[in-house]
Design a protein. Structure first.
Length: 148
């Protein structure tokens, strides 16, 4: 069998592209004697036909960099390109903020019902929806202010 055909069969057997198949030039006579796919498997076992290592880009350094970024490193002012709005997903931050505020409002209603009643639970709920409060602390201050 021709070397080209052997390469083709070997690539199917080893499940790689033809470019990654290496045939030892010293043993080309053995390759030409091969007739079947089983013979090619035998040549692979004898290491006459080999699979070359892939020449891909290593992910090692990228993994290390990712770990550092997860820890909060390499995210300073000098590394930033784009505005605050572009860098963070606005919808997700909004959802998490609103959920936290609504949870806090429920907790305040449970712990201090008369103060919440004075300001109006539904009014505060609507104010949360309308982005009236910056955060949980401001909501708590708003409710505590009703007591004073």
């Amino acid at each position: 069998m021709e070397a080209k055909k052997a390469k083709e069969l070997a690539s199917r057997i080893l499940k790689v592209g033809e470019g990654r198949i290496y045939i030892d030039p010293a043993n080309l006579s053995k390759v030409s004697e091969a007739m079947t796919k089983d013979d090619v498997r035998g040549l692979i076992a004898e290491r006459i036909i080999k699979k070359r290592a892939s020449a891909e880009q290593s992910m090692g350094r990228a993994r290390i960099l990712k770990e550092k970024k997860q820890k909060g490193r390499r995210r300073g002012k000098g590394k930033r390109a784009g505005t605050k709005k572009v860098r963070g997903e606005q919808k997700k931050t909004w959802i998490s903020k609103v959920r936290a505020l609504r949870r806090t409002l429920r907790e305040l209603k449970a712990s201090n019902p008369e103060a919440v009643k004075e300001k109006g639970y539904s009014d505060m709920y609507k104010k949360i929806k309308g982005n009236y409060f910056k955060g949980k602390k401001y909501l708590a201050e708003y409710v505590e202010g009703a007591k004073k």
